[in-house]
Write a protein that binds this ligand. Sequence first.
Ligand code: PLP
Length: 394
Amino acid sequence: MADGTSKPGSQGKASLVTHGGRDPFSAHGFVNTPVYRGSTVLYPTLEKLKANDQKYSYGRNTNPTTDALCEAIRLLEGGAYTVLATSGLHAVTTAILAFVEAGDEILMTDSVYFPTRRFCEQVLRRMGVNTIYYDPLIGGGIADLITDKTRFVFTESPGSQTFEMQDIPAIVAAAKARDLWVLMDNTWATPIYFDALGHGVDVSIQAATKYIVGHADAMLGAITTNDRAAPLLKRASIALGNAAGSEETFLGLRGLRTLEVRLTRHQASGIEIAEWLKGRPEVSEVIHPALPGTPGHDIWKRDFTGASGLFSIVLKPVSQQALGAMLDDLKYFGMGFSWGGYESLIVPFECAKTRTATTWKREGPALRLHIGLEDVADLKADLAEGFERMNSVD
Ligand SMILES: *Cc1c(COP(=O)(O)O)cnc(C)c1O
């Protein structure tokens, strides 16, 4: 947890990720915050114990390692309060539980990360909280869905498979007019490329597993709020027994230090490969918010300061066998879930069945690509050879 009193000031984001949350001279001058492992924290006197008069009280709450990452992320988000969670999904569920009460309705984008939807259906519904799904492109039209029972609007922009760009300022304006909270899963852009709190969002959620950890070697989440939302999040996080592990937190700190420079490369390589894919005869659609002509590009340009390395393509119809011939023998692109690591990934996805407020229908198979830190020429050659294998089957 980090309760900020100092303002983030005018530092650039690369400087913030490099220096935020570090205090070398509290650790004998060593540059990195050590890994504090532990449950018990001793009190020197009965008086101190009775008054709970010291910074650390019990391992589940905070320790200097978790404090360091919370403070760095809080500064980067420009927030008042940051808490870690054991995974991105845990950050989502903790954030949601901080605000809802039995009898509430919540408004949820239809393009949301599927496990968030599953939590709403399998857990929230049993607690008497009803989730209403809305078209991610609804913008200010969200006002028509707000009722006296609505507690918050949950956003995720862009959607992590289909990349719908949400009009966050319009949604925030409609929500604020009815005194509602706005939550956002901001994993794709990270706080480096989208300033969620600066755009009026109350709660910014990071699946830190992705770009913050950045090396596919740990699960971690982070939630950052403004002043207004901080007490509710703090209460829920403590009550729920939230305790991100120190080793994972250290890996989060390690990853965070290079976040800006990694994202710069993910962005440049991602855009170059997306443009190249646009010219391939096998591809019917490239869905990348930073590409002019992609739906939502105008919103991306207006509100975001960059793009990460994740986007999708739709192929012209091909057989499963032909698709397998392409995907099975890729050299650099691995097939697997998650993203945000240094390596390139590719996975087919089907989202038509999980949607209820919108339809997503394409003729050919849809693939999501994460462009890693390899040489672009190697990645293009890998995909080109894959297309050739695909074409030789059909
Ligand atoms: C991966 C992901 C999550 C969940 O993160 P985990 O650390 O895997 O639990 C949440 N939201 C988005 C957009 C994601 O891509």
